[in-house]
Design a protein around this ligand. Sequence first.
Ligand code: MN
Length: 244
Amino acid sequence: MSASPLVNASPELLQDLVDANHILFNEGVVDAFGHVSARDDRRSDHFLLARNMAPGSVEVGDIVEFDLDGKALNGEDRRVYLERFIHGEIYRARPDVMAIVHSHSPSVVPFSIVKSVRFKPACHMCGFLGHGADIFEIRDAGGPATDLLIRDQHLGKALADSLGSSNAVLMRGHGSTVVGPTLKQAVYRAVYTEVNAKLVADALRLGPVEYLSLEEANAALAIEKEIERPWQFWKAAARAARTK
Ligand code: MN
């Protein structure tokens, strides 16, 4: 199935979004759940996100165009992700954000439920974590009996408020949402958010952890200029895994 002509984005962005889905699956950030979106590169008030499906199986024809309210503009007959409001409300609040990854990557979830340990950057690949990630407490916005999912615009806006000007926010008992100024950087940050969580959990077993200072974190952001190296490597690995 080919993409509907209603999708305005460049063919290059659509292909990169397909590859982003496959990379995030192959690198263990998403499984059957989780999603990645890109802001439409020809219309900043629209974004692109696959229909409701496992990211590892996404093809170009599965990409749906949404407005910031989370309304599907093509392929409305197709089921869409319940949590698309994460994406719409962050794009609305953050003009600098061009791509978003929402995942339940397993090493990060413990940091969402142990509120006494702040999730902070522990290695030089993770400067984007800056002063650390806040935890979004859905009870504050949705009351005591939600299913923890971002099911509507109200919860999406509350999550965007919790993210603030940061690049990552943890979601209590659920996962995380990571943003970037490009799709490739958002993917990189999602991969390294999971890596950082593994490193810190290992280090905490050894003793007190020395994190990057905010100044070090900001300086370490320079490594994202090398984004093509991991992107091309991960893309090749994901494609090889799919043809096995
Ligand atoms: Mn989720």
